[in-house]
Design a protein around this ligand. Structure first.
Ligand SMILES: NC(=O)c1ccc[n+]([C@@H]2O[C@H](COP(=O)([O-])OP(=O)(O)OC[C@H]3O[C@@H](n4cnc5c(N)ncnc54)[C@H](O)[C@@H]3O)[C@@H](O)[C@H]2O)c1
Length: 266
């Protein structure tokens, strides 16, 4: 299990959900992981989860991806501890339940969501890419969403932010290949992270299949019963991020990988 042996991953939002699953999965494949999480308690818990499974593989740094100084300091701390950063996993993000259509949405949703979901990854690239270059290259994995691939989602601010992530990822791919850096994005369907599971009233202690069945009953707005694979767990997405971070995806650059059970195609 050495697919990321010798790599150092800076993973934002790694205190829960997909980010934490990436931290655990990446460390199990040999990477050292920097858990860059705004919520100190969640970050510490994720740190313990990684360390229990793979001792001496993690560092937790309280980080706000909307704050330039905070990102710079967290990257520095990661480099000080592990010697370099060569994987940048921009996972912090998420929609607000109060998001709505253009004509109805409260503009406070705009500032919060654009800051977190678009400016956050932008800033992490701005300050992270110089570290990747110093490491001789690396990989960036961004998180967009199925909502950016089709027009059915009622939360227009989140859709706009995640659409921006697709263009940003393509621009990164088009520019930084010269520095041996690949950039790709994942567009998940509905992933039962704690945040999303709670919103759908899913019991996090239930077995995986039961959680997915309960979520499908609750939410058929976007991913309905025609798309049974459109519901997943954080670990499903961490596996895709692992592929994009590893050399197995050496020929993949600027891609957006839909992980939504086909919901955007049929
Ligand atoms: N869960 C889904 O259904 C789904 C679907 C499509 C896309 N995505 C995207 O995948 C990513 C992860 O989603 P998730 O459901 O695992 O999220 P999550 O809410 O479970 O985890 C996000 C983490 O980011 C942290 N965070 C919030 N603001 C932060 C900030 N300013 N700085 C640093 N950390 C911050 C949170 O504390 C939390 O621990 C997000 O970008 C989300 O938009 C999720």
């Amino acid at each position: 299990m050495n697919r990321l042996q010798g790599r150092v991953a800076f993973i934002t939002g790694a205190g829960s959900g997909i980010g934490r699953a990436c931290a655990i999965r990446f460390a199990a494949e040999g990477a050292r992981v920097v858990i860059a999480e705004v919520d100190g308690e969640k970050g510490e818990q994720a740190f313990r989860d990684v360390e229990n499974a793979t001792p001496n593989h993690a560092l937790a740094v309280t980080t706000d991806v909307t704050d330039e100084a905070s990102i710079e300091a967290a990257l520095e701390e990661g480099v000080e501890k592990f010697g370099k950063i060569d994987l940048l996993i921009n996972c912090a993000g998420g929609s607000l339940a109060s998001d709505a259509s253009v004509t109805d949405v409260d503009m406070s949703v705009w500032s919060h969501t654009i800051d977190l979901d678009l400016k956050g990854p932008f800033l992490c690239c701005r300050f992270g890419i110089p570290h990747l270059k110093r490491a001789g290259g690396g990989a960036i994995v961004n998180f967009t969403s199925v909502v950016a691939l089709k027009g059915a989602f009622p939360g227009h601010v989140y859709s706009a932010a995640k659409g921006g992530i697709i263009s940003l990822t393509q621009s990164l791919a088009g520019r930084y290949w010269r520095d041996n850096i690949r950039a790709n994005a994942i567009a998940p369907g509905i992933v039962l992270s704690e945040r999303v599971g709670e919103r759908l009233g899913v019991d996090p202690a239930a077995p995986r299949e039961q959680q997915i069945a309960a979520a499908m009953e609750q939410n058929n707005r976007l991913v309905d019963s025609r798309h049974p694979f459109g519901y997943g767990m954080p670990e499903d997405i961490a596996d895709i991020a692992l592929f994009l971070a590893s050399d197995e995806s050496r020929m993949v650059n600027g891609a957006v990988i839909p992980a939504e059970g086909g919901a955007s195609f049929y």
